[in-house]
Design a protein around this ligand. Structure first.
Ligand SMILES: *Cc1c(COP(=O)(O)O)cnc(C)c1O
Length: 366
């Protein structure tokens, strides 16, 4: 069986270094808010290119904290609108509605499954305060026009960079394209911890300070609380592991790119719509390799019968989820089409050549 994602195999590549990190933290007797997190934050901010990086408990918290910090700083208030792609993972929306902000859903583009940026301006109202760009499946969602709209209408650009760590647009990394970005280190992400983890990067000092304090009970000085914060921390153990894996993220992403290039050139089947390999190849880090087909459950069971595990990202659009009944009247035909037709095939960095060939062969024979 070719697993969709073999996490054990991915992490065993770094066994010696990860075990040394685990042991170091274990023996140190210091498990939260210590040197490991500080070191990782420093290396991570250097990697992304932002002055600030803040480790937090998970990716959803990263997004929630960003929005809450803007509210605390007076840039936003309850009822303000945040523009967001309609086909994102639900965490992007939960972060918005959890802060009593209003998500304004925009259709994606069939060309790259990211928000159709040409539809953004018409969604801007007097209540719009931010555009949340989600680099879905690992592909950059950005344009210079978005920056102009943001300037013109005084909007913040927030990046949900959970799926695209390491992707670049014109030499600038995702996470450093907008004002602030949230990251997830969920084990299956391109930079994955051995449990939950997340981060926020940003340029603005005041925003960084507010986020740090919100993630620490609204406090930057012990037992002095200036606002009603939460507890959202990255553990020392996860930080130590992530610091090891950060050294190899470029290699990991390069391996994914090589596989994606092979899939894009060697898979030839009229029944399948493949993603486009971008001209600027660093614009994609291939968190997922998503194909579209009219009957994806048929394709999925065919592949499974041939020993290939696949997943669907995602089967039900957010506006059709019970949790978001208030959105159910939205008409989002492109978003719905994507949710009906997508299937993600294995693209992890540890796939063997023989496995890649088997996947290509099976898809061509379908
Ligand atoms: C994974 C993910 C998140 C949430 O991250 P968690 O660490 O699981 O909380 C948010 N947005 C997107 C696009 C994601 O893929």
């Amino acid at each position: 069986m070719i697993k969709f994602l073999d996490l054990q195999k991915i992490n065993l590549q770094y066994q010696e270094e990860i075990e040394a990190s685990l042991l170091r933290v274990f023996r140190s007797g210091w498990y939260l808010q210590g040197e490991e997190v500080r070191q990782f934050e420093k290396n991570f901010s250097n990697y992304i290119g932002t002055p600030h990086a803040i480790g937090v408990a998970n990716g959803m918290d990263a997004l929630r904290l960003i929005l809450r910090a803007y509210m605390e700083l007076g840039f936003m208030q309850e009822g303000d609108e945040i523009i967001v792609p309609s086909n994102t993972y639900i965490a992007s929306l939960l972060a918005i509605t959890d802060n009593r902000l209003v998500p304004v859903l925009v259709e994606p583009s069939l060309a790259n499954y990211n928000m159709n940026l040409s539809l953004v301006e018409e969604k801007i109202t007097a209540k719009t305060k931010a555009i949340m760009l989600v680099h879905l499946y690992g592909q950059v969602s950005f344009s210079t026009e978005i920056v102009s709209f943001a300037k013109k209408y005084q909007l913040q650009i927030i990046e949900d960079n959970a799926q695209a760590i390491g992707a670049m647009y014109d030499g600038i990394k995702t996470g450093n394209l907008g004002d602030v970005a949230g990251y997830s280190f969920y084990p299956g992400k391109n930079l994955g911890a051995l449990g939950d983890g997340g981060a926020i990067t940003c340029k603005d000092d005041a925003l960084a300070m507010k986020i740090r304090s919100l993630a620490n009970y609204g406090s930057s000085q012990k037992y002095v609380h200036v606002c009603k914060g939460w507890n959202s921390r990255l553990d020392e153990i996860q930080a130590a592991i992530l610091d090891v894996k950060l050294k190899y993220i470029e290699i990991e992403n390069a391996k994914r790119r090589i596989i994606a290039k092979r899939y894009c050139t060697e898979i030839k089947n009229d029944k399948l719509i493949l993603p486009t390999f971008p001209l600027q190849e660093k614009e994609h880090v291939w968190h997922l390799f998503v194909v579209r087909t009219a009957n994806r459950l048929d394709l999925q069971s065919y592949l499974l019968a041939n020993g290939i595990q696949t997943l669907i990202h995602y089967p039900i659009p957010i506006h059709h989820q019970e949790a978001y009944a208030e959105l159910k009247t939205l008409q989002l035909p492109i978003c719905e089409k994507i949710h009906d037709e997508v299937l993600s095939i294995p693209i992890s960095s540890v796939l063997e050549d023989t496995e890649i060939e088997q996947i290509i062969h099976c898809l061509n024979a379908y």
